[in-house]
Design a protein around this ligand. Structure first.
Ligand SMILES: N[C@@H](CCC(=O)N[C@@H](CSC=O)C(=O)NCC(=O)O)C(=O)O
Length: 276
């Protein structure tokens, strides 16, 4: 593992690391923010999953989360959004292939050889982070759009592993919208049953743990009706009795300006669960 960036930030340190991923079969980068408290002892970790077209850079350069993490003593970890490299399958579209891993384990050629972002986020990355940084066992997970879908699915599929979960503008029902349908057809094939395992609105009904979901959604989001459809998550949560706080924010779009406006609330939400 090699550190390739280090910047003083909000009293702590923002770093970017490169490592060989055995799960993905390629070199990967992830960002880690170490708050000032990490110099003195162990801190809980909040994982952030970014959206389509992102790398590990978007969140750390645009969201302004570091000052909130410093206030609450949380380590932030933000991985890249897919495997990458010359030998890794790709697509001409921005919504499939490199930059668009969708946090699933692909089963179909040519994607299955490298696209296992779920295993990477759930197992390989936390093991690496815990081995190299001063972490407690307390973990939260959040994300945006494709990464919001990823955060919800990862938390719902892993009862007991995360103490908190939240999302900005998540793709809540990927099996029913164009972004998700394109990715799932490519990565998972035609079997609808396989798709349901990666769809938050389908997973809520059978969730083994009723971990409260915090979701922020901009009402002026250009993808709201076509790709995001948060009312589907609301209906699924109501039917299952799953706690959901869905906050519709007037005037906000899909961008990181929206995330930057409310990331403080999300970090505080995670901190209250992670520091219990
Ligand atoms: N057509 C756009 C789509 C890309 C886009 O909007 N990406 C979002 C996430 S969308 C869902 O996962 C994003 O986070 N972009 C990066 C950023 O820094 O804003 C395009 O290709 O521009």
């Amino acid at each position: 593992m090699e550190r390739i960036e280090r910047h003083a930030c909000a009293g702590g340190v923002q770093e970017v690391w490169r490592h060989r991923s055995g799960v993905l079969g390629c070199d990967m980068r992830f960002a880690v923010y170490l708050p000032p408290q990490a110099a003195l002892g162990e801190c809980p970790v909040l994982y952030w999953l970014s959206g389509l077209t992102c790398t590990e850079q978007n969140f750390i350069t645009k969201a302004g989360a570091q000052r909130h993490a410093a206030e609450h003593g949380l380590i932030l970890v933000a991985p890249d959004t897919s495997p990458r490299g010359e030998g890794v399958a790709d697509d001409a579209g921005y919504d499939l292939g490199q930059g668009a891993g969708f946090y699933v384990n692909a089963t179909q050629a040519p994607w299955a050889a490298h696209y296992r972002m779920y295993d990477y986020v759930v197992d390989e990355l936390p093991a690496l982070v815990d081995a190299h940084f001063p972490t407690t066992t307390a973990r939260g997970i959040s994300g945006h759009s494709m990464g919001g879908h990823g955060a919800l699915v990862v938390a719902l599929r892993n009862p007991g592993r995360y103490r908190s979960v939240s999302a900005f503008s998540p793709i809540v029902a990927p099996a029913l919208v164009p972004w998700g349908q394109k990715a799932f057809m490519a990565y998972l094939g035609e079997d609808a049953a396989a798709w349901a395992e990666w769809d938050a609105t389908r997973l809520v009904a059978g969730a083994k743990e009723r971990l409260p979901l915090l979701v922020d959604q901009g009402e002026a989001d250009e993808f709201l009706d076509g790709q995001l459809q948060p009312s589907r998550l609301q209906a699924a949560c109501e039917a299952a009795g799953h706690p959901l706080e869905l906050r519709l924010q007037p005037g906000y779009d899909h961008s990181y300006y929206f995330i930057a406006s409310f990331i403080g609330d999300h970090v505080a939400h995670h901190a209250s669960a992670l520091k219990e």
